[in-house]
Design a protein around this ligand. Structure first.
Ligand code: HEM
Length: 392
């Protein structure tokens, strides 16, 4: 009865039948036969974005973006507020999972050649979303104002300072002064809680509009003219929505389990006078950070920025007509090489400046990740002590 009343209220004012028609068309829209479980990764990225906004708003109730209060306010959220610890952990883990899920979504669209005509713009907007999500991570990392955050931001902004001509300007713009301090928190805070969420929101709307408008890509080669409209296939509802629901619950379970069983430690409050040994950025910046070490600063920055640039303009570089991965051996080989490079650099970055035990032997890794045997019959524990001799 209530449904009928609401419907007639709207029907007296709007063309409800037409709106219903549009919604029905979208819900029943056929998807190509090649639609798979991997096609749920886009929606999972959307879920994680929504979760970040939701938990972020809750954290904002108590968070204070000042040098004096930031650390204490996060501590208060974690120890005193109702379920504050859970929301902070879900927010922190959500950020990491969002980067992983986005990367996998990007990988899926790369493998299925979905970036090719006519979906070039969908890819370009997607790539922008990926890089902005990394900026989300970078700006959010500073906000708890702990030692790790302070020094990682100092190093990160220092790297930006090495960019030719405008480096110093960018560094000062980011820091709001000579060193990372109160001005930096304010700026990162504004970018993190106002600018980025809205920019991401509008880009996601544009991305999803294009996906819906053009439909999901088939495995057929790129058509010479306009792509023909798909007449029949797997219905979006209920078939694909069911898959999305299942993956959603699994992801939600993983997110909450990680938040409870592997919580992020708040660590020590930032101390600008105490530089910790071996400062490292977040894991998703490690490949870039490591790459820069192998070259003179300027060359390193130039080479490292080539990767993101190639990624953004990929649809305009790869003009091949085939989408099927088995018919694109060069694309697949380049993709695998890129992936191995990323993982390799990330692993070198992770072990650099640490001591590790392998098969009873202790190795010390220098800043380049090169091991040096220092003890032949060590115990099994890992040590993070500074190396005895400074690396070259
Ligand atoms: C918050 C970020 C993002 C959201 C919410 C999002 C969402 C989606 C959704 C729901 C779909 C349709 C289902 C699917 O294919 O999984 C999709 C398709 C697509 N996305 Fe994303 N995406 C995001 C980021 C990205 C990124 C980083 C890229 C690549 C650089 C990308 C490239 C594409 C492409 C090319 C398609 C078309 C796929 C096809 O037709 O087969 N997206 N996206």
């Amino acid at each position: 009865m209530i449904k009928g009343w609401i419907k007639s209220w709207f029907a007296d004012r709007y063309d409800v039948d037409q709106i219903e028609e549009v919604i029905k068309g979208q819900v029943e829209k056929p998807l190509p036969e090649n639609i798979s479980w991997f096609h749920t990764l886009g929606s999972m990225s959307l879920f994680l974005f929504v979760s970040q906004v939701f938990t972020g708003i809750l954290l904002l109730v108590y968070y204070r973006p000042t040098v004096h209060d930031a650390f204490e306010s996060v501590k208060f959220i974690m120890t005193t507020t109702y379920m504050g610890w859970l929301f902070r952990q879900v927010h922190a883990w959500g950020a990491n999972l969002m980067i992983i899920v986005l990367f996998l979504h990007m990988l899926r669209t790369y493998i299925t050649g979905s970036y090719k005509k006519p979906r070039e713009l969908t890819w370009v907007i997607g790539a922008a979303l990926f890089f902005l999500t990394l900026v989300f991570g970078f700006t959010g990392y500073l906000l708890p104002w702990n030692q790790l955050a302070y020094w990682a931001t100092t190093v990160g902004t220092e790297i930006a300072g090495a960019i030719p001509w405008m480096g110093n300007f960018i560094k000062t713009l980011l820091r709001g002064g000579g060193a990372v301090g109160g001005e930096t928190i304010s700026r990162f805070f504004v970018v993190h809680v106002i600018i980025l969420p809205w920019v991401l929101f509008f880009l996601i709307v544009a991305h999803l509009f294009l996906v819906r408008y053009q439909g999901i890509a088939t495995m057929d080669p790129v058509s010479p003219g306009k792509e023909p409209k798909l007449k029949e296939g797997v219905p979006f509802f209920p078939d694909h929505v069911l898959k999305e629901g299942i993956v959603f619950f699994i992801l939600l379970g993983v997110l909450i389990t990680l938040a409870i069983l592997k919580p992020f430690d708040l660590g020590e409050k930032a101390d600008p006078l105490q530089t910790p040994f071996a400062i490292k950025p977040e894991w998703y910046f490690l490949p870039m950070y490591q790459m820069i070490k192998y070259f003179p600063k300027l060359v390193g920055i130039f080479i490292t920025s080539l990767g993101p640039l190639i990624l953004v303009i990929l649809p305009f570089l790869d003009r091949g007509k085939e989408r099927n991965p088995f018919k694109r051996p060069i694309s697949m080989m380049l993709g695998i090489a890129g992936l191995l490079l990323l993982v390799g650099l990330g692993m070198l970055g992770a072990v650099a400046e640490t001591k590790k035990n392998f098969f009873g032997k202790t190795y010390e890794f220098d800043i380049y990740g090169i091991p040096r045997l220092i003890k032949a019959n060590a115990g099994s524990s890992e040590s993070l002590q500074p190396p005895q001799t400074p690396p070259k």
